[in-house]
Design a protein around this ligand. Structure first.
Ligand SMILES: [Zn+2]
Ligand SMILES: [Zn+2]
Length: 302
């Protein structure tokens, strides 16, 4: 993802991380457009441009109708419907939520009159009650935004001639993350387990952990074919090469902080020294280098 300047990055970071706080709703949503990319087979990706629409949406469109992976911020349903109408006139049947954050579940309440919402059980639990994380309070969502079907480890959705796999990975970005794999199209949507080309945000207040995230990404890579295409939660469409580059960054940076902490360095010492320079450009997105070091440090076992 190419962003024009640090100020914009900072403002996007605030929008992204404060789904409940007024910030993102102050955006001029008329300036936001959705770009549709045909990924492969039945699968499309919807990506916001001109402002922060929320996380990337995955779309399965075919003879059974439409299934969405995530549904962005609450002002986005009109633009999502317009984009979907251009792909396929079929009926929206399912929305899968990769995790509870408002930039991925904000339009649940709108779409639930047509579609059945499915998620890991902790997504429903967190949407039902006020959440308090690093960036402030998120009020409980209205009942119509709560997923109707939840699972613990995995669920299959048999739709558009695919045996779609929706699989929980524990304590990565949050405590309720699920990734989705479309085997026939050979496309995966990783939600916020994957920030393409930038340091990830990890929500430790709702069960995330940088080391578990790293382990999960290694397991996800092992589970996917080498020619899979990969939709990240944030950033542009990727593939296994891009996911492996992200994994190399996660392994290197988490090990770096862990080793220095074991030698007795404080968080401030490690931040002052910085990360190996090969990872510097990864700090140009949502989470800068200093913040990423802090997330890793605070993820160390106490
Ligand atoms: Zn997100
Ligand atoms: Zn998130």
């Amino acid at each position: 993802m190419i962003l024009p300047n640090k100020l914009l990055i900072a403002s996007i970071f605030v929008f992204f991380c404060t789904p409940s706080v007024a910030g993102f709703l102050d955006q001029d949503f008329t300036k936001i457009t959705l770009k549709t990319t045909h990924v492969r087979g039945n699968i499309y990706m919807l990506e916001g441009e001109g402002g922060f629409a929320g996380g990337n949406i995955g779309v399965s469109a075919g003879k059974d109708g439409i299934l969405l992976v995530d549904d962005q911020l609450s002002p986005m349903p009109g633009k999502i419907n317009t984009a979907l109408a251009d792909i396929n006139p079929g009926k929206l049947r399912f929305v899968l939520n990769t995790h509870w954050h408002g930039d991925h579940t904000g339009s649940n309440g709108h779409f639930s009159s047509d579609a059945t919402i499915i998620s890991h059980k902790n997504v429903r639990k967190r949407l039902m009650a006020e959440q308090n994380n690093f960036f402030g309070k998120s009020p409980a969502s209205p009942k119509e935004a709560w997923p109707l079907i939840t699972f613990e480890d995995a669920v299959n959705i048999h739709f558009n001639d695919e045996d779609i796999q929706f699989i929980h990975y524990a304590n990565g970005h949050t405590d309720g993350d699920g990734i989705i794999y479309f085997p026939k199209s050979n496309v995966a949507h990783l939600g916020d387990h994957f920030f393409n080309g930038i340091f990830p945000f990890v929500d430790m207040d709702t069960g995330g952990n940088a080391f578990s995230l790293t382990r999960n990404i290694g397991n996800i890579i092992d589970s996917l074919p080498s020619d899979a295409l990969v939709i990240p939660g944030h950033g542009g469409l990727s593939d296994m090469k891009g996911l492996k580059a992200y994994y190399a960054m996660l392994k290197s940076t988490t090990e770096h902080v862990k080793n220095l902490a074991a030698e007795g360095e404080t968080l401030e010492d490690i931040q002052l020294g910085g990360l190996p320079t090969e990872w510097t450009t990864w700090g140009d997105g949502f989470v800068n280098e200093e913040h990423w070091i802090k997330i890793i440090y605070n993820s160390l076992p106490k």
